[in-house]
Design a protein around this ligand. Structure first.
Ligand SMILES: Nc1ncnc2c1ncn2[C@@H]1O[C@H](COP(=O)(O)OP(=O)(O)OP(=O)(O)O)[C@@H](O)[C@H]1O
Ligand SMILES: [Mg+2]
Length: 577
């Protein structure tokens, strides 16, 4: 819990005031039964003095009102403090996740991160709010009620103490039994979110494959699991109430029987008996509250653990202590690089890659699907770190650069590219925040996107829907290329980024690259041989190993894979022909 204190932040005043006001509320509530018993019943009612009855009656009403007021203000303070706390916690988690590397995100899964930032934070907020109010109120009321009743009649008050051990044992049993089920509930929430997220995001695929029924079935299954675990957990927790109530009634009956005898024997007055019964109720109410708090804290413990996992996750790609900010040029050198997603040298996705790429060269990368083309290029902007060997950019190990500087110099169009909801201009400015309209248009011209953008009714202010669903696949790819170009990078990586573009446009893009950005190192991953045949060199990957590396002309003679791919594909559409 200590780790969470800092999230109170600027809500310290509210956090202190909420329990403080409760102190006053409890003090007055403790006074009320005594005023009622000693003054109203024993004095006024017994003497039959009507004006005294009215006077004490008004006093009681006044006290109740003040207690209520303290309670209301304290409630408001606790509400503000706990929502503020949740806000701070959530934004810290968000910031933390921004620093996560791809590997960190792979570890948690997106849906789990979403549950942790929403449902789990909500649970913790609720627990915190309760902590501020009831955790102070209940034990305090418990103590004051015992002390007050001991003062009035010690003989009678001892009955309170008899039931407490039973209550504690009952409560402990409930917690021990319920906690594992609550843990299960939250983990199943992750699954539920995953199903919902996948379904909603891929709603087009689901519909085109007519998978609605299967998806609904999948949802029902997970949702049923949440229902089952939650019901079991809540059923156990529900036992709390009967246990508490039984204890309350047993105590009340004992007090009533013994108290009545003592009153008849004139050991205590009717008013005192009345006060003790009120205190007994207060005491048992406070016990109910304590047990409720413990249950809520137990539930939130599962959430706290899950949140802590996120907060304590160490981003495995960190900025070095004395980072190099200047990237000299776009040269790239793989020196005996091996890489494993699982960080396990037995399961390598890339094996002993040794290649040198000069600044300004255009390199084509080909290889079958799953041959680790994407994996290879993702190492360059440090989306993942090499497992073995060294990878140098501009003559320096990539791990020595300031990450931001490196990623600004290495623009990469990911294979799974996305656009965000917003206008075309807004999307492109991701590449360069303060890009002028002219710069944007220039980049789009290079990426051969200018023409179709001009065809849109709102041109560069056309609104792109979430995920870029209102532009075609090829249009989206070209917008992503333009976005990368706006960074004015030293290295430009296109991971299968023209696969949905027709061959003519594809070769126009490459021609524009050659003429307009000759000094930028260009890495072009492609399935089409035409996309790489005018490259300076082509790199052929097979099962994570570089099998050939040379000019397209050389490879035609020496590389079996290159030749095979070449022969199997029809040549066409090159602008140079
Ligand atoms: N995030 C990941 N976690 C674990 N394994 C991965 C991950 N991404 C890719 N792999 C594995 O690494 C291998 C290489 O994948 P990669 O995406 O680099 O292939 P590729 O050559 O780009 O294929 P494609 O032509 O289909 O894009 C594959 O066996 C794949 O299963
Ligand atoms: Mg790939």
């Amino acid at each position: 819990m200590r780790q969470f204190f800092k999230y109170i932040g600027k809500y310290k005043f509210h956090t202190i005031m909420a329990p403080l006001l409760i102190l006053f509320e409890v003090a007055i509530e403790t006074l009320i039964p005594t005023v009622m018993g000693k003054l109203l019943i024993d004095q006024a009612v017994n003497q039959g003095d009507m004006s005294l009855i009215i006077k004490y009656g008004l006093l009681l009403a006044g006290l109740t009102l003040i207690a209520l007021m303290f309670g209301v203000i304290s409630g408001r303070m606790a509400a503000v403090a706990s929502t503020g706390f949740a806000k701070n916690l959530r934004s810290d988690m968000y910031k933390k996740i921004q620093d996560f590397s791809f590997a960190n995100i792979d570890k948690f899964s997106t849906s789990s991160l979403v549950t942790r930032m929403t449902t789990d934070v909500m649970n913790v907020r609720q627990a915190f709010q309760m902590l501020l109010r009831i955790t102070i109120r209940a034990p305090l009321q418990f103590i004051t009620a015992i002390v007050a009743s001991l003062v009035i009649c010690p003989g009678l008050s001892k009955y309170f103490l008899y039931v407490i051990p039973f209550l504690i044992i009952g409560l402990l049993l409930i917690i021990v039994k319920a906690f594992p089920w609550f843990e299960k509930v939250f983990n199943t929430y992750d699954e539920l979110n995953l199903v919902v997220q996948e379904n909603v995001r891929s709603v087009r695929e689901v519909k085109s494959y007519n998978l609605q029924d299967e998806e609904t079935e999948k949802f029902k299954k997970v949702s049923g699991k949440v229902f089952k675990y939650h019901t079991i957990a809540e059923k156990i927790v529900a036992l709390n109430r009967p246990i508490m109530m039984t204890c309350i009634y047993i105590v009340l009956i004992m007090i009533a029987v013994v108290g009545a005898k003592l009153t008849v024997q004139n050991v205590m007055t009717t008013g005192e008996l009345q006060s003790i019964i009120s205190y007994a109720l207060q005491l048992l109410m406070s016990l109910m509250m304590i047990s409720m708090v413990i249950v809520t804290l137990t539930i939130s413990k599962a959430s706290v653990d899950r949140i802590k996992e996120v907060l304590n996750e160490i981003p495995d790609i960190k900025n070095p202590d004395n980072p190099v900010n200047d990237i000299k040029d776009g040269s790239i050198e793989f020196d005996n690089v091996s890489f494993s997603y699982a960080n396990d040298i037995e399961r390598l996705s890339l094996k002993n890659v040794n290649i040198t790429i000069n600044s300004g060269e255009t390199i084509g990368i080909i290889g079958g699907t799953g041959s680790s083309k994407s994996t290879l290029v993702q190492l360059i902007p440090r989306l993942y770190d090499v497992t073995q060997g060294t990878l140098k950019v501009g003559g320096e190990d990539v791990r020595d650069y300031d990450i931001k500087a490196l990623r600004d110099s290495v623009a990469m169009v990911l294979q799974k590219n996305v656009l965000f909801s917003g206008t075309i201009k807004e999307n492109l400015r991701w590449g360069k925040e303060d890009a002028t309209d002219d710069e944007i248009i220039h980049a789009c011209k290079l990426a051969q996107a200018d023409e179709f953008i001009e065809g849109f009714p709102d041109n560069y202010d056309t609104y792109i829907e979430q995920g870029g669903t209102n532009v075609s696949g090829g249009q989206r790819q070209r917008l992503c290329i333009a976005r990368a170009l706006l960074k004015s990078p030293k290295i430009l990586i296109l991971d299968d980024s023209t696969s949905a573009v027709d061959t003519r446009t594809d070769s126009l893009i490459r021609k524009a690259f050659r003429e307009d950005i000759p000094n930028v190192t260009k890495l072009i991953i492609a399935q089409r041989i035409a996309s790489v045949e005018d490259a300076d060199k082509v790199l052929v990957l097979d099962e994570g190993e570089v099998v050939d590396f040379g000019s397209p002309q050389e490879l035609m003679k020496t590389s079996k894979i290159y030749k095979e791919v070449y022969d199997s594909q029809m040549k066409g559409g090159s602008i140079d022909e």
